[in-house]
Design a binder for this molecule. Structure first.
Ligand code: ATP
Length: 264
């Protein structure tokens, strides 16, 4: 279980450029919750994921992972417990290393010892078996440099690597947005399979409302650093893209009128 309590983040605090990116967010993710996160540009979605990953410490509030308060844990200390996939396929893997070296590093994520990139022959069979499940032929290319792979292949490998050490939470930040539609669909079905098979607690940011409705058991909408919609299970299944668009327009209208009031 992961719990955010009144989690708050400002950028450029006490300056003319101050932004309240997360405004006292309280959110409780149950074990196995697969939450899709939507919201307009600048709503605070990536900041939410960065806050959980530990890219920064919040200005106020707490973050609990199970029974542990990790609010002040630096990013590297959380790494063994959190998996992350970014929009850019280049970010999750090292292009200069081979597929098996990347996987060896991922399999040791969060462990203190043995950070070398040597690959034990025993591990190699396991890597091959995992790659086979991707059905991309990568199991025959263990020694190829990852830099030679396509964006989609690289993102599939990143998904695998982010979940090799079972993460207590998986963070997916628009991880299919840079891919062509066909490849994006493949990565999404891989995502669904990995998350469901292993019952991973997941936060997935997407701008694609169909994706947000199709995947996961729960959906949240973020607006101006706050969660303004939080639906799960049957209620989520009943939602349509039109419902979501209506909610978007409603809050944007509200934002617009409050801006006008401020400017008046
Ligand atoms: N490092 C930073 N320094 C200053 N301001 C930042 C920083 N990161 C984010 N912000 C601001 O915080 C707010 C939330 O940004 P965030 O990137 O979380 O939005 P988002 O919902 O992910 O948007 P998008 O869909 O456009 O990626 C925005 O106003 C943004 O400009």
């Amino acid at each position: 279980m992961i719990v955010l309590q009144e989690f708050t983040k400002y950028f450029h605090r006490n300056s003319i450029n101050e932004v309240l990116a997360l405004d006292r967010i309280s959110l409780e993710l149950r074990q196995g919750d697969f939450v899709t996160v939507i919201g307009s540009n600048g709503a605070g979605k990536s900041t939410l994921l960065n806050g959980v990953a530990g890219t920064f410490f919040p200005d106020a509030g707490r973050l609990m992972l199970g029974d542990t308060d990790i609010t002040r844990w630096p990013e590297h200390r959380r790494a063994g417990r959190i998996g992350r996939v970014f929009q850019d396929p280049m970010l999750g893997t090292c292009g200069a290393l081979s597929i098996e070296q990347n996987m060896a590093l991922a399999s040791r994520r969060g462990k203190r010892r043995g950070l070398g990139m040597g690959v034990r022959s025993g591990s190699r069979d396991g890597f091959r078996a995992q790659l086979q499940k991707l059905a991309l032929g990568l199991e025959h290319r263990l020694r190829d440099k990852v830099g030679l792979l396509s964006g989609g292949q690289r993102q599939a490998l990143t998904m695998l690597m982010a979940t090799m050490v079972r993460p207590e939470i998986l963070l997916l930040d628009e991880h299919t947005a840079a891919l062509d539609p066909g490849t994006a669909r493949q990565i999404l079905s891989l995502t669904r399979r990995i998350v469901e098979e292993r019952s991973l607690t997941t936060l997935m940011v997407t701008h694609n409302m169909n994706q947000a409705l199709e995947l996961g058991n729960r959906l949240i909408m973020v607006h101006r650093g706050r969660v303004i919609l939080d639906v799960r299970d049957e209620e989520k299944q009943r939602l349509t893209v039109d419902d979501l668009l209506a909610r978007f327009y409603e809050v944007q209208g509200e934002a617009f009128s409050s801006d006008r009031m401020l400017l008046a």
